[in-house]
Design a protein around this ligand. Structure first.
Ligand code: PRP
Length: 188
């Protein structure tokens, strides 16, 4: 795995959450989930693509025979996103009737994506629907949405790494960092 002094880290202004802090938080969350879902049929649903790194670590921290699924949604740019228009790109491939669904996300920002997903999944007969997110950015919230589980509350900064991207890049950073403005506003 790349070290945090690797060349790619020159594109960061700072590291916000280290890989060690992430690993500790994910492990703790996994134990909590295992305890809460004891004896229940748990389906973890990862939302592509941002959640994949968190999802793969979290599922391995849950000591239960979990099932896994993925969904993908898209929004047409920032303006549309804030208006709440979210499009389903990839649906579930299984019937979730009677299952306990845990949606796994990398970040809750405006809350539009998860608000849409929760509403959409609530029509499918699940026994329960909860949300686990790695990051929560409450300053940006536009709808009343609360994650049931979260690892870190972060300020309104442009963060990348551990699955989060800027223009599809930087998802492979093992830590979460604040992107240097030099990368997205080279003139500034
Ligand atoms: C990100 C993130 C959430 C959503 C959160 O996805 O993974 O799905 O935005 O934002 P919201 O709370 O304002 O709705 P993005 O659309 O960037 O796609 P990606 O997961 O493929 O990076």
């Amino acid at each position: 795995m790349i070290e945090n002094n690797a060349k790619i880290y020159e594109d960061l202004k700072s590291i916000l959450v280290t890989r060690e802090e992430i690993a500790e938080a994910v492990d703790k969350l996994g134990k909590q989930i295992a305890q809460d879902y004891q004896g229940k049929e748990l389906l973890m649903v990862g939302i592509l693509k941002g959640s994949v790194v968190f999802f793969s670590d979290l599922m391995r921290a849950v000591d239960l025979p979990v099932k896994t699924e993925f969904m993908a949604v898209s929004s047409y740019g920032a303006a549309t996103k804030t208006s709440g228009v979210v499009n389903l790109v990839k649906d579930l491939t299984v019937d979730i009737t009677g299952m306990h669904v845990l949606i796994v996300e990398d970040i809750v920002d405006s809350g539009m994506t998860l608000s849409y997903l929760k509403k959409y999944l609530s029509t499918r007969g699940a026994a329960s629907i909860k949300i686990a997110t790695l990051l929560d950015k409450p300053e940006r919230r536009r709808v009343d949405l609360q994650a049931d589980y979260f690892c870190f509350t972060i300020p309104d900064e442009f963060v990348v790494g551990y699955g989060l991207d800027y223009a599809e890049k930087y998802r492979n950073l093992p830590d979460i960092g604040v992107l240097s403005p030099r990368v997205y506003a080279p003139e500034a």
